[in-house]
Write a protein that binds this ligand. Structure first.
Ligand code: SF4
Length: 222
């Protein structure tokens, strides 16, 4: 549900579109498989760290699902160690690779249902893969930046990513769904961070229901 004094999503997109030119996704990838691996690694980890690990270690070494299964689990764990929760992430990567070989001839599938049936892939991850790798807008990817900034801007009163996605979807045309995520993430990384609201530099400083400039309380829930 939107707050009554929230800024309409259309205005948010139009305004941010003039300020930021975000990529399809902030994760670097060559193939849908690369992206699926990168999004698994990005849980509880920064995109910057994931990009370092994928580009310097994983992508030169692993090109196909079979490649990821050709090494012992411990070796893959060492390769992804610096992304955190490395045991679970290595497990998910190898299980996902096993399943896509078994069910999809080694290719990443193109539907929400098939993607979310894979280990380590939830709805947010599937939305990122579908939109960035296949140009399919199945939904709006809601990460921690989108949660926080949407709450602050009054676009939602919810904390659950699925409910936030349902709050945003009716207010943006399908072709804009990817931009909803990447533009809001851009604002969240630049001025509306978890640590600090730099409202003085924000294009919504005068109208935002969480603006420090107009003395408002932070609507983001912890
Ligand atoms: S005005 Fe402040 S709280 Fe509102 S979106 Fe901008 S930085 Fe965030």
């Amino acid at each position: 549900m939107h707050r009554r004094n929230g800024i309409p999503l259309g205005i948010v997109l139009k305004t941010l579109g003039k300020v930021y030119q975000p990529p399809k996704t902030f994760l670097h990838f060559r193939t849908p498989l690369d992206l699926a691996v990168a999004v698994i690694l990005s849980a509880q980890c920064t995109d910057k760290r994931v990009n370092i690990v994928t580009e310097s270690i994983l992508y030169p070494k692993y090109k196909t699902a079979k490649d990821y299964l050709s090494v012992p689990r411990e070796e893959l764990e060492r390769d992804v160690h610096s992304c955190g929760t490395f045991r679970m992430k290595a497990k998910h990567i190898q299980e996902m690779c096993g399943l896509i070989i078994e069910r999809h001839s080694g290719k990443i599938p193109r539907t929400m249902e098939e993607l979310t049936a894979l280990p380590g892939i939830g709805r947010k991850t599937a939305n990122v893969i579908l939109s960035a790798a296949f140009d399919i807008n199945a939904g709006i990817a809601v990460d921690t930046h989108v949660i926080r900034v949407s709450q602050r801007l009054g676009l939602t009163t919810h904390s659950d990513p699925k409910k936030i996605e349902l709050d945003l979807i009716p207010f943006a045309p399908r072709k804009e769904w990817r931009r909803v995520t990447t533009l809001i993430i851009s604002l969240g990384r630049d001025v509306c961070t978890a640590r600090k609201r730099a409202c003085i530099r924000c294009p919504f400083a005068k109208k935002c229901p969480s603006s420090l400039v107009t003395g408002k309380k932070d609507l983001a829930k912890d």
